[in-house]
Design a protein around this ligand. Sequence first.
Ligand code: 9WN
Length: 419
Amino acid sequence: MSLRDQAAEVLLGNWRGHNTIPAPGLYPHQWSWDSAFIAVGLRHLSSLRAQQELESLFGAQWADGRVPHIVFDPEAPRQGYFPGPEFWRSEEVNGPQHPDTSGIVQPPVHALAAWEVHASDPETSRRRSFLERLYPKLVAWHDYLRGRRDLGGRGLVSIVHPWESGMDNSPSWDAPLQRVEPVPPTEFQRRDLDHADASERPTDADYGRYVRLAATYRDHGYADGLQVHEFAVEDPVTNSLLAASEAALVRIAQELGEPAHPHEAEVARIRDALPLLLEDGLFHSYDVHGGDLVRGGSVAGLVPLVVPGLPQAQDLIATATGPRFRAEELGVVPSWDLTDPLFDPSRYWRGPAWFNITWLLQRGLDDHGAPELAQVLRTGMLTAANRSGFREYIDPRTCEGKGAHHFSWTAAVVLDLLA
Ligand code: 9WN
């Protein structure tokens, strides 16, 4: 079977009627940023399903504009994932008619995906008023981030939980998490280890801290403020994807005959604020409580390449191809600095390469005058998928597959690259 057919089989197998699960077993519900990457791949199989993927996610948007990081599938086994609906208790905020969701968010890559989905089949999109219906929801989502999450007062969005970064156990969170008292492992039951090797997942201590932060947020009715959030970090991925998504809103607004100027202004504003996170050719996170950058070598620091017109792009390209990430040589980009003793090729976001991030980077490289390197990454991802299948992540040095099998966004990225 061709690689394309195999990728299609993964995505169609993970389809659940109006959304796609990230992977069978480990992730049996709908995840926010997964759905955006999935929609980008799914549009090559069915533009209708790709639209539904985003529509179902935004169907669970909260009244305050937040897009929850998980939308729970009532048909999936109750005990399939921890923390489940009975932990988050979203119905206490949203009422019983609203779908059960988590209360935290993930990076805002959705407007970018919505534009790509529309552009692949404008006729179906217009007939279904896809953008007309989604546009106000995307605006409300971005307004939530800007309005409620500028916890540092510096014009940048803070994440309030490592899960919000999408890069759950990145070493970037080690220092800010030190303030958080872990819930003892005897007080909750992890489900991820039923499906994945413990050596590739976050540790129990990490999990205990994740549970503490989420429980505190819940117990404050999901109100945002520095007094609630012990963990408040300005993250380069969230902020640069917000800028890239605002750039997509420019196009969406133009398509709809709405004023595009506010979105153009937003792109420029975020681009001007981002250097607060820059040091030595890489963007870093900023720990709001500590009042300092969290210096380290996360691939998150290269993701601002997705921001149109980023003045620091050439510095980032030099860092990406240098000894810390060796992108040109490896063809994929490790999630953590290869020269740092913390680099771990197997453990989740502490070293493995991920397809969604490498896909974002190849787009950014094309936009910033580095098409050859972009092509190296495209070839690298396809070679890796040919070798290891549609795994959740890979060892960046050997391309050995790790984590979940039949992973949807890996298949989606491959479909997009082959289109
Ligand atoms: C917690 C679904 C998600 C991805 C994240 C990835 C992982 C969840 C987990 O899986 O996080 O949200 O249980 O580990 O880190 O990026 O969205 O694929």
